[in-house]
Write a protein that binds this ligand. Structure first.
Ligand code: ZN
Length: 71
């Protein structure tokens, strides 16, 4: 939920949302939304969520424990 920057009324549903991936290693996903205030009829954008992305397991997989040799 987001508050209108002009009149302060709460807006529950965004008209539209989209996500942007930012960060040095593209590890943070930010969700933005376009909101329309019912009271003052203003449209504005706000970020509504931010979450870290899990690193992709693209490096070669570690050998399973039973294949690891301990010397
Ligand atoms: Zn408003």
């Amino acid at each position: 939920m987001v508050r209108c920057a002009v009149c302060g009324s709460e807006i529950e549903k965004p008209l539209k949302t989209w996500t942007v991936i930012v960060g040095k290693n593209r590890r943070t996903k930010i969700t933005f939304g376009t909101f329309l205030c019912e009271r003052c009829r203003r449209k504005f954008k706000a970020s509504i969520g931010k979450e870290p992305l899990k690193p992709e397991p693209k490096t070669k997989p570690y050998p399973p424990p039973f294949m690891t040799m301990y010397v």
